[in-house]
Design a protein around this ligand. Sequence first.
Ligand SMILES: CC(C)(COP(=O)(O)OP(=O)(O)OC[C@H]1O[C@@H](n2cnc3c(N)ncnc32)[C@H](O)[C@@H]1OP(=O)(O)O)[C@@H](O)C(=O)NCCC(=O)NCCS
Length: 175
Amino acid sequence: MQHLLDPFRKIAALMLRKKKSAFVRHAAQKDAQQFAALHAEGDFSQSWLQDDFEGFLTDRSVIADVLCDPSRPERLYGFTLSRLAGDEAEILTITLARAVRGRGWSRVLLSHHLSHLTSLGVATLFLEVEDGNRPAMALYQSQGFKVIGKRPAYYRRRDGSQALAVVMRLTLGGF
Ligand SMILES: CC(C)(COP(=O)(O)OP(=O)(O)OC[C@H]1O[C@@H](n2cnc3c(N)ncnc32)[C@H](O)[C@@H]1OP(=O)(O)O)[C@@H](O)C(=O)NCCC(=O)NCCS
C-alpha cells in the first residue's frame, strides 16, 4: 500500500514546494487528521495520532494555531499546540511539512502563536527541545527563548538511544 501512495505523496510535496505564501489562523476540530499527518513528518520520538489531536482540540486548556494556504485555509502547512496552566503555558509541539521548511515560515507561525498566548494572559512560556535540533533551537532563540536547564536521557529515540532535552523559557508581555 505504501508504494502505491508514494507517487501521490511526491506530487503533493512538489506542489507544496511551489507555494509562495502562508498565513496563520486558529485551529479547528476538523484539522486533527492533518495534524496527525504533519506530526508523522516530524520524526518525533513519541507519535501522536488523530485521536490524540482530537482530544487536544476539545481540551479548553490547549491553544492551537495553524499555518495554512491563503487561498485554501483548510490546507495546512504546519501547526503548533500549547497547554495553559494559570498564567503559564507550555509548547507541546510545533511542526511544519517537510516541503515548506527552510523558508522562515516557522517564525511566522510561532510569532502569531505567541501573540495569541499573550492575548490570553500568558506571562511565561516553557518548552523542551531535543539537544541538537538546530532548526528548532534557532527558531526558539530568534523569538527570545532562553535555555534554563537540561534533562539528561529525557527522550528515547526510535533506535532506542536516549537524548538530552533542553528546557527553554520565554517571558511574554502578559497583562
Ligand atoms: C523546527 C521547525 C518547525 C523549524 O522550521 P523550519 O522551516 O525548518 O525553519 P525556518 O526556515 O522557519 O527557520 C527557523 C530558524 O532555523 C534556522 N534553520 C533552519 N534550518 C536549519 C538547519 N538545518 N540548521 C541550522 N539552523 C537552521 C533558520 O536559519 C532560522 O534561524 P534564524 O531565525 O536565526 O534565521 C521545522 O524544522 C520542523 O517542523 N521540524 C520537525 C519537527 C520539530 O523538530 N519540531 C520542534 C520540536 S521542539
